[in-house]
Design a protein. Structure first.
Length: 86
């Protein structure tokens, strides 16, 4: 399975960060909830969402890769919830 993380992350319309990922040549969107960002690292809990993402990028990408390999893509989207980071 070929997984390539893109650098053009953006804040979604609600309370999430969207991370484009290419999986076997097809783009999916990994949605990381703000709650997951707050829970992944208590030291960054008070930071802005983009700062939280940047500090915890390696952990988030690891979780995303695990979920992709486990088949959690639905309609070209995959969500990282708080429960995924605890």
């Amino acid at each position: 399975m070929n997984i390539e993380f893109k650098n053009d992350i953006f804040i979604g319309e609600t309370t999430e960060i969207n991370l484009p990922i290419m999986v076997n040549g097809n783009q999916i969107i990994c949605i990381v909830t703000f709650e997951a960002l707050e829970d992944i690292n208590l030291d960054t809990q008070e930071d802005e969402p983009m700062q939280q993402y940047q500090v915890n990028e390696a952990k988030i990408k690891s979780i995303a890769e695990r979920k992709i390999k486990s088949g959690h893509i639905v309609s070209n989207k995959m969500v990282i919830y708080s429960a995924d980071v605890l």
